[in-house]
Design a protein around this ligand. Sequence first.
Ligand SMILES: Cc1cc2nc3c(=O)[nH]c(=O)nc-3n(C[C@H](O)[C@H](O)[C@H](O)COP(=O)(O)O)c2cc1C
Length: 204
Amino acid sequence: MDLVTAITGASGALYAQRFIQGLVAAGVKVHLIVSPLGRRLLHDELGMETVDLTALAGTAEHTVTLYNYNDVGAKPASGSFLHQGMVIVPCSSNTLAEVAHGLGDNLISRAAAVTLKERRRLILAHREMPLSPIDINNYKILGDAGAILAPTNPGFYLNPESVGEIVDFVAGKLMDLLGVAHALDTRWDPKNIRPPSGASGQTR
Ligand SMILES: Cc1cc2nc3c(=O)[nH]c(=O)nc-3n(C[C@H](O)[C@H](O)[C@H](O)COP(=O)(O)O)c2cc1C
């Protein structure tokens, strides 16, 4: 399986890292594009000086290829490059708007436009709060065009005990949307719900 993944300048670099780790563990070939503000995010939130593929994949034995954001002639820019879907995680409002309006002057927006025109799965893990009326209009445009809007919006019904478990909830959901097998404990199942640790209001 080949999947295009893009990291843009919205908060939540950990979501991208756990998602890519899950893809690599499942044997997926990851075609990665990082926007300039995505690089800044990797620096600010994960301490990466450059895009560290080994750290993102969680192993030196990875299947991740990094593409140049400005190279709109790279493989993911063409419909003849066969892949099974594209995920933008995290997705900024800026990239949301570019994709909603069919722009293609960088490899992320171009690859997303191609994914839509080829009727392949396009998933945008948008992060912003609150949403502006413009974001909401762009959700509508993208939903009508066949994209999946999957905001980084974790549920708490599994009673998570760490930030990692909250991150895994979103990463696991993205993999479920793509049909990628994973071992993350992220799905609702009344038999497996951990009891709440208490209603003290203290953070863990
Ligand atoms: C540390 C940091 C966090 C940011 N978080 C968000 C965010 O959560 N959502 C968002 O839409 N923009 C966020 N921004 C602003 C975007 O990075 C900015 O609009 C940028 O132009 C996005 O470019 P890109 O879509 O090409 O990555 C953030 C910027 C920085 C520096």
